[in-house]
Design a binder for this molecule. Sequence first.
Ligand code: CS2
Length: 510
Amino acid sequence: MSAGASPSEALAASLLARLPAAVARPGYDRAALAAGMAHIGVGAFHRCHQADYTEDMLSQRFDRWGVVGINIREPWLGETLGRQGGLYTRLLKRDDRVEARVVGNLVSIVDSQQDARPALSVLASSEIELATLTVTEKGYCHRPADGALDGERPEIVHDLAHPEAPDSLPGLLVRALEMRMQSHGRPLTLVSCDNIPANGALLERVVTSLAERRGGGLAAWIRGNAAFPSTMVDRIVPATAAADIDAVERRFGYRDAAVVAGEPFRQWVIENRAAGRMPPWDLAGAAFVDDVTAFEHLKMRVLNAAQSTLATLGLLAGHAHTFEAVADPLLLAFVRRMLVEESVPTLRPVPGVDATAYVETSLERLRNRAIRHRNHQIATDGSQKIVQRLLNPLKERLARGEAADCLTVATAGSLAYLLRASRRFGARWTAADPYADRIAGIAEASGGDMRGLVDGILGIQAIFDPALAANQRFRDGLGHSLAGLVGPDPVGFLKDFMAARPLKPARQTG
Ligand code: CS2
């Protein structure tokens, strides 16, 4: 904008008809769109993934599937999106190419962070047939070790004492279902879209076990009138940067405070299970299947494992973003080898997918220079993420007597990331992780002795399964890798590791 020019117009319904041709707009009559579903947690991922599918679906078959957005945790978006009439710009970026669309299916939005009533009145309404949710792993209030509802969590204790004013997500859903049972009695499908394995089964477990504790036939009603399909969701959507907001203004001439930016690739696999009507997201390319497990493993053990490994080893090697880490030949060779030789052989076949080709597609996605995914963002909550991404395949391989040296180094990378945040190892950065303090305490107590350090860390049962922690090959490999990665030359350690193990010859074809 030149100096003295008036500020650009803000995105609003009145601007829709005047958007530049390069920005796609809703392909349906937005004024006629009525709310039929809700979404809890209207952050960037939802707005760039499920909402993008809904937008395509509505353009193909218009129906009463407008979305009411509900926020029960930060961010506070009600005001921003409300001012824009629920509209926002979704950018898809690949290197120098950008594709823009204004998404219109968010018909209203409520902030319910401090008071559950706005969320309850939406979720209990007879018009709402289904709710999707992205609330992060912590939102489920389960014990990570066994997936059961954590009855000791203060929010759960609170919600049992005050069920009509819930603090937790399970408490909110149980109360909403109770209100439905007591009023119109219509069923509700609850679709978890968090990147956690068997997310629907987990949601069902925490909701029904809280309802059981409440008593009064509520759990039985929920069993008969609610459904919790599991889903696998995929699209890389980093936190929106100020540069994305500025780019919209510069390129398209309007101001949008709720821009989201992701990669072109997207995938959504949904378990075929519903308590009523299911939106026909398959019209937009989503797949309804009987069992999502194999898809989840593929995604978490390949794409997500690559991301976590590139993030932590990348930071140790001085790279701030994933696209920079994957452009480093040493890191690329390490990750490809880990995936091809160790992770892929643990996967069950996925219909229609060649896992080796999936590895290459995943690495190609990560090379996208326009997706400036901060390695620190991916490393956030790493202690929780590595269980599915690295430790489960590692455990399976060791149990079968197979080598898992690369997965062990990658695990050490995640731990080295946490250790380098501790005072003992130089406080190089701040790590946002529920186990950061505990690991810093172990580092301090070990006085720098590697054996004590490994014993202490592997003693955290919520992360390390006892059978894995007891495996001598793993313990030795982890100690050796940790010493190399927290030492003065982590890159030198990785070079030596790769040099000591020549790559397996490529598979013969033809
Ligand atoms: C990332 C994921 O931050 C992270 O943990 O690995 O958010 C990843 O980008 C998505 O799962 C891709 O679908």
